[in-house]
Design a protein around this ligand. Sequence first.
Ligand code: COA
Length: 562
Amino acid sequence: MRILLLTHSFNSLSQRLYCALAERGHLLSVEFDIADAVTEEAVALFRPDLIIAPYLRRAIPASIWSRHCCLIVHPGIVGDRGPAALDWAISERRPEWGVTVLQAEAEMDAGPVWAEERFALPAARKSSVYRNEVTEAALRAVLTAVDRFQGGVFTPRRVPGQAHAAMRQTDRAIDWQAMTTADALARLDAADGMPGVADELFGQPCRLFDAWPEAALKGPPGSLLGRRETAILRATADGAIWLGHVRREEGINGGLKLPATLAFAEAAALPELPLSGWWRSPAATWQDIAYEEADGVGFLSFAFYNGAMSTGQCRRLSEAFRWASGRPTRVIVLSGGPDFWSNGIHLNSIEAAESPADESWANINAIDDLAEAILRCASQLTVAAVGGNAGAGGCFLARAADRVWVRDGVMLNPHYRNVGNLHGSEFWTYLLPPRVGAEGARAIMRRRLPMTAAEAVALGFYDACLATPGFAGEVARRAAELAAAPDFAEQLAVKNARRAADEVEKPLAAWRAEELAEMRRNFYGFDPSYHVARHHFVRRSPHSWTPRHLARHRDLDWKPPR
Ligand code: COA
């Protein structure tokens, strides 16, 4: 079938559906929901058999739904209607939630139901639930609905429903004097990563994001107890919550969502509450980098918000990695975070810097230092366990490890072109050709479409694709097996000999210098594409057109089907 994805943006859920439907042989095209007239034009050009709307912020015009079957992905159970479905479910800490695929009609979310999938709702952030449970359920529900539509005999049923109200900031408000950590956390989780909870810090209005519970530290409810790295600790009625990110109101800091201590210079006066090392704290607290060990394997996780890695985070992670490589282990697993493995350099921190060009330069050097530390590790075999999505430099940073094992539901965007045609670094010019060939490397860098985990393995870019259920357990089992392998010493010797031979042929420093010369042009050269693209990316500027590589029906050689 010809399927048009009509969506507010090509977010990870839309990407997942796009790849899965294309894999099943459907012809896909994408149109961003910009204006009714533009959507009508796209439909006229593409003449879709079916329209799917994975992520919309407004209703589909009657001119379209009255003539074409439009399937809406609603992140709620059957009968649930209206905006902020997930926000309500999370703030009420419902034990179960779901995704419904329904047909667009005049009344929002009230059309006949084509499919529904349910899942156990974890006590997690909305952004995380969306990228994990919702995405998996939406994929199953959409595939069922598409099969039913194509089968031609299924009659979608009408279901009575209840429309809930939009969630207002007053519904989200936190009374720090009276609310427990659990209750405040439910509200903060329900508002992450959009729109955040409207509140005040240091007497200034701001939106709060990225909340972590604290199990040990307490203080007078509502007071700010201290800071750790980039987070601020605030007391609740029975404990405290770490606030990792904030967006200040009234255009301060360009309206950017930033690490809390970067957004508020006043935070420097708060007492520092450091952790004593890299070991994972046994009790809940703010800890972005955490280390654990079992069966001769060290597991280094890094839960950086949105997978963005600032200069400071890259430096701290390099330090943790060097420390981990001094441990008496045989394998180091780089586990990333639960939602993202890495999305490369931190575009928001860069945007907020006095000189974005200088900060870009510092950040790319810091991430390259980390990649280099992984590449030069001679004492252990290294594994990147990519359990969360990865984009741009993050995809290539993973390749610096000796093995890359990726979870089958992960979406990869291994290209730099979408943010202003960056050349990219992280040693991709050294790492890619031996795996995928010179032409394969060029093809990966040219492509702008997302890549599935299975595709990455089929191309030779990554090494193994592991099933979603039990991913962490399977990574641990395989890593322990690697550490216990009878030929472990030989495997390590082979890796070190290869690295030494490569170094003689062309030193890492030379690969790096060549890549960075190109990046220097991107950051400081005449062409401002990167700075312009970053400006729009970090401000989430609305799209004004759909890129040609997505809107196939806008290709110059597109022939409308008869
Ligand atoms: N720096 C700062 N923030 C980043 C980021 C980065 N490198 N990559 C992603 N984010 C943020 C987004 O701004 C968004 O923030 P918000 O929702 O909290 O406001 C959040 O992460 C999720 O991103 P989104 O684009 O909605 O997620 P996605 O899963 O749909 O798409 C990517 C993932 C990787 C395709 C997309 O985020 C992207 O292109 N990122 C930029 C990668 C990049 O160019 N890095 C720099 C070069 S190394």
